[in-house]
Design a protein around this ligand. Structure first.
Ligand code: ADP
Ligand code: MG
Length: 239
């Protein structure tokens, strides 16, 4: 099950300071979309508005056909993956995966089934009784992703999830995330400031600069036909 996301003239102001200026965007069900742009351009702000963690100052957001501006984060069918250090250090991996479902009132058997399935997908079954401090960086990141999977969301959001992993592991996790997307078929938005990550992972790239969309499209189309010098420079296009 996958959902579409529509952003219609979305704006964000922090107090009097505008940081997102009228963004229009259509994300198709099952699409892997990458928001890319330099630090401070508004990627995290936009993602947090989509998640429902940040109020939308103006414009409308829809999931499928429904307006969700006023919908609580927990009711949007969205799960956000944070960097791996957001794991609960005092809980086992199993408990880290189960905790959100327990607080949401799921039955023990259903929790066991979902944790088992997520652990299988991410190949972390042997780690379930360990504490986060006994895991490698890559294993921790898998657990962080597992916490999103167990909720069976219609939409996954990732905010620079690989930025604190070393280069080799980042490449490996990119491949694994692409496989996860193929397997689940969910709508995913992935935020990064890394052009290579954007070019290799995306169905659709959205290039942001100072709170505006410079260009949105398939990686090859942006590479071959960048809308302006900023996109060309950022994507590494020869044009
Ligand atoms: P990115 O994720 O692309 O690095 P952010 O979305 O974090 O960018 O930030 C976009 C802009 O909004 C920046 O200028 C940042 O300083 C500002 N900003 C982000 N969060 C807040 C906040 N809570 N209060 C005020 N300004 C903020
Ligand atoms: Mg950010």
């Amino acid at each position: 099950m996958a959902s579409s996301i529509t952003l219609d003239r979305i704006e964000k102001r922090y107090g009097a300071l505008p940081v997102i200026h009228g963004i229009d965007l259509q994300i198709q069900p099952g699409e892997f979309t990458v928001f890319v742009g330099p630090s401070g351009c508004g990627k995290s702000t936009l993602l947090r508005m989509i998640a429902g963690l940040e109020e939308i100052s103006a414009g409308e957001m829809r999931i499928d056909a429904a307006r969700v501006n006023e919908t609580a984060a927990s009711k949007r069918g969205i799960a956000m993956v944070f960097q791996s250090y957001a794991l609960y250090p005092h809980m086992s991996v199993y408990k880290n995966l189960a905790f959100g479902l327990e607080t949401a009132g799921f039955k023990k058997l259903q929790i066991e089934e979902r944790v088992k399935k997520a652990a299988d997908i991410l190949q972390i079954e042997p780690l379930l009784q360990r504490k986060p401090k006994a895991l490698s960086g890559g294993q921790r990141q898998r657990v962080a992703i597992g916490r999103a999977i167990v909720r069976e969301p219609k939409i996954f959001l990732f905010d620079e999830p690989l930025s604190n992993l070393d280069a080799e592991l980042r490449v490996q996790m990119r491949v694994e995330l692409s496989k996860l997307h193929q397997r689940l078929g969910s709508t995913m938005i992935y935020v990064t400031h890394d052009q290579v990550e954007a070019m290799t992972m995306a169905d659709k790239i959205v290039v942001l600069r100072e709170g505006r969309v410079m260009q949105a499209g398939r990686p090859l189309d942006l590479y071959n036909n960048p809308a302006n010098r900023f996109v060309a420079g950022f994507i590494g296009s020869p044009k």
